[in-house]
Design a protein around this ligand. Structure first.
Ligand code: FE2
Length: 199
């Protein structure tokens, strides 16, 4: 499949004051667009043209670095826009809340582990909540890598590349992560992915 840049599911200014219009304009219109454009160019002649995005990510890993980087970042960003919403954070739907408490001891403990993973990812990358064999776990990854590579389903991810926060938070990555988890996360989308993954 070829890659297409999706529209943001909200207005560019909708996530203020936690994420500015300027950040979303650069991040979505320039950075994500570049992954789409470069990914489409590198997909041609790769032999993976007819595969799903998830399969392109998994099958290009370790074999076609250029295609992998762009396809994985396209996958990560497609979800990232939907992992946020205006007035996010807040109440967590029952099923996923129960699973978080079972796995991490409490929602606060999960939040602490997730933001800690993002804060300690050295350089560019992501922090994740993912599901594998019915188990939730928190992890971090460099550059465009994601839990699909470990056979897990990403349920929530936060972009810790500087392009995601430098305009609004400068070097204060922990403040960006706190704003993300407390005020931006779209828990309904996390719950939707959790239900789809079959738990
Ligand atoms: Fe990004």
């Amino acid at each position: 499949m070829s890659f297409t840049l999706p529209e943001l599911p909200y207005a560019y200014e909708a996530l203020q004051p936690y994420m500015s219009k300027e950040t979303l304009e650069y991040h979505h219109d320039k950075h994500h667009q570049a992954y789409v454009t470069n990914g489409n160019n590198l997909l041609k002649g790769s032999g993976l043209e007819d595969k799903s995005l998830e399969d392109i990510v998994k099958e290009s890993y370790g074999k076609n670095a250029g295609l992998f980087n762009n396809a994985a970042q396209h996958y990560n960003h497609l979800h990232f826009w939907r992992w946020m919403k205006p007035n996010g954070g807040g109440a967590i739907p029952g099923e996923i809340e129960k699973a978080l408490v079972q796995s991490f001891g409490s929602v606060d403990k999960f939040k602490e582990e997730f933001t800690q993973a993002g804060a300690t990812q050295f350089g560019s990358g992501w922090a994740w909540l993912s599901l594998k064999d019915g188990k939730l776990s928190v992890s971090k990854s460099p550059n465009g890598e994601n839990p699909l590579l470990q056979g897990a389903t990403p349920l929530l991810g936060v972009d810790v590349w500087e392009h995601s926060y430098y305009i609004d938070y400068r070097n204060r990555r922990p403040d960006y992560l706190k704003a993300f988890i407390d005020n931006l996360v779209n828990w309904d989308y996390v719950a939707e992915l959790y239900a789809k993954a079959g738990k």
